[in-house]
Each structure stands twice: as C-alpha cells, then as structure tokens.
Design a binder for this molecule. Sequence first.
Ligand code: GAR
Length: 179
Amino acid sequence: MKKIVVLGSGNGSNFEAIVKYFNGNTDIVCISNNKDAFILARAKELGIKNFYIQHNDLHDFFKKNHFDLAVLAGYMRIISPEVLNLCDFINIHPSLLPDFKGKNAIKQAYDAGVNQIGVTIHRVTNLLDGGSILKQVVHKVKTGISYEELEEEIHNIEHQTYPQVIESILQEGFEQCEY
Ligand code: GAR
C-alpha cells in the first residue's frame, strides 16, 4: 500500500478531503507543527495516525520514516533543502501562481479585484510557493460575490482537485506526472 504524509499547521480541511477520498486504500499519516491545530483533532476523529512535530525536527522525522509522497496542506513554513532531499513534496496554494504568493492569497486576490482566481498544485522547492506546477484550476470571480463566498468556492475546488493529483502522482510517479 502506498504511504503518504500530510503536513498542516491549521484547519485541515484539505487533509480531511484527502482522507475521505482515499477511504482506507492508502496509508496516511498526519503531522502538524502546531500542537493546537485543528488538523490534529480531525486526524484523531478520522482514526489517522498523527504527530505534533516541531518544524526543526522534520529532518529527523523524514530520516526515520519513508513515504511515497509528502503533501503540504496549509503547512505555513518553508521546507529546508535538507528535508526536501529526503522525500518528494507537493503543495497546494489558493491562487494562480506566480500571482499572490504567501499568506491570505484569496483575500489578496479578492482585494485586488481580479476577475479570475484559482488553485495551484506544485512540486515544492525552498522558495515560497515556488516549484514546477502540476495542476492549475482557473475560476471566474462572479460579480458582487462576497469574500466569504469566494473563499468557500476556492476551498471546494481544492478539496476536489488535491486528492486527484495525489492519486495520479502515486500511480505515475513524482517525476513523470504531468497533470
Ligand atoms: C488552503 O487554502 C491552502 O491552499 C492554503 O492554506 C489553506 C489550508 O486550509 N495554503 C497556503 O496558503 C500555502 N501558501 P486547510 O488547513 O483547511 O486545508
């Protein structure tokens, strides 16, 4: 069975979507650098192995544990090259990268008044929201939509798209995968 680790610092809604999509046919481990993060509570509720691991201890963790893929889902720290050497990492970001990198990307885009917004899934490098793009979903911003409505639409797109990209990487391989 393939084995993945999902890393998050906060809410964990993408993590939950991934767990539900794979429905027991992939070994999933959850780690968070924030011991109070809701992602850890979700993992407990869903019966998924979960660990609080400080960011600086990630290297040790990946030395000791092998995964077919490491999935960042709201993990709000840069992964060092030493850790990136130990596993293949992907990330999801709620913008059409390279636009609106960093925190609160949906709000940044909403405030900028763009008429297209989106979601990007990409391989991870040690540059903020950098790395080659695996998949981008473009979404039109409806006239008059509130920020909250737009945020919900984007999260729904994330929850549908991320598990599918993970599945295709697990089937085709990290290097080969051209989504
Ligand atoms: C998601 O929208 C994800 O794209 C974003 O954090 C949110 C986490 O939500 N990631 C970034 O902004 C990375 N720069 P979740 O914890 O509910 O999955």
